[in-house]
Write a protein that binds this ligand. Structure first.
Ligand SMILES: Nc1ncnc2c1ncn2[C@@H]1O[C@H](COP(=O)(O)OP(=O)(O)OP(=O)(O)O)[C@@H](O)[C@H]1O
Length: 247
């Protein structure tokens, strides 16, 4: 019964182990109705992602990447099809449950970092922990560990304006990890960074994946997609190809 299970089940305390599915999408359709016009943004997208995978989703403008990202990130529901996350069909749950799973179990990383300017590094990383009820010393210890993990152990009390773009994105990555998400969902995460910093941030994603984290990276840049282990290409709302990256 997907409609209640996110409310009634205890939250798992860790990521799914390897060989489990991080999520599965089956025959996803998303149709927009705008001013009498019907736009078929997703027209039957099916793929599985295993825990521990690192995938890039690519495609030309208008191919449906943002639409798919919105569904995967529980920001939107498909018009039809299923999205199985932790065994439940997220396509069927209500808005409250959708926002709950979004806040607790998906680690977002955006192109524009989306940090709170009035908060320092530690406080920004701590924001998602409100969903877990983790407070006080435990929360501070966890967030300072995450800051160290992304190489910002010596910047805990800096505010975003006192950090470089790459450092701000590191804070965002640490924040995305705070809730032990099922997967990290990154949207053009290096789009605002110069090429050297892009490589440093991609090295960080790589290290996180080596550590077992599942990463889904939406990108239009080949050099970013090359670092993933698998690349799914969309075209006109359908999967055009789904291939393991040859390295
Ligand atoms: N809210 C909306 N209402 C109506 N049509 C929409 C809406 N959002 C997206 N679309 C349409 O759905 C199709 C897919 O759009 P989407 O934004 O998912 O593509 P994209 O691959 O992310 O493109 P880009 O790389 O340019 O961001 C496009 O034809 C777009 O015009």
């Amino acid at each position: 019964m997907p409609s209640e299970s996110f409310q009634s089940q205890p939250e798992p305390q860790s990521n799914p182990t390897s060989k489990e599915f991080a999520f599965r999408v089956q025959d996803l359709h998303r149709t927009y109705f705008l001013k009498g016009e019907t736009v078929h943004a997703l027209r039957g997208v099916t793929f599985d992602v295993l825990a521990g995978e690192y995938i890039a989703i690519m495609g030309p403008s208008g191919s449906g990447k943002s639409t798919l990202l919105n569904v995967l990130g529980c920001l939107d529901r498909p018009t039809s099809g299923s999205y199985l996350l932790a065994g439940d069909d997220v396509a069927q749950i209500n808005d409250f449950q959708l926002s709950r799973i979004r806040g607790r179990r998906i680690g977002f990383v955006f192109q524009s970092y989306n940090l709170l300017q009035q908060l320092n590094v530690l406080e920004n990383i701590k924001v998602p922990l409100q969903y877990q009820g983790l407070i006080g010393k435990d929360a501070i210890a966890k967030c300072s560990d995450l800051a160290k993990q992304v190489g910002l152990g010596d910047r805990l009390y800096h505010r975003p304006t006192e950090l470089s773009g790459g450092q701000q994105q590191r804070v965002a990555i640490a924040r995305s990890l705070a809730n032990d998400p099922y997967f990290i969902l990154a949207d053009e995460a290096t789009g605002n960074l110069d090429s050297k910093t892009t490589h440093e941030v991609l090295d960080l994603f790589q290290a996180l994946n080596d550590d077992g984290k599942t990463i889904v990276m939406i990108t239009h840049e080949d050099e970013v997609a090359e670092r993933a282990k698998r690349v799914i290409r969309l075209r006109d709302g359908l999967i055009e190809s789904d291939e393991v990256n040859q390295k």
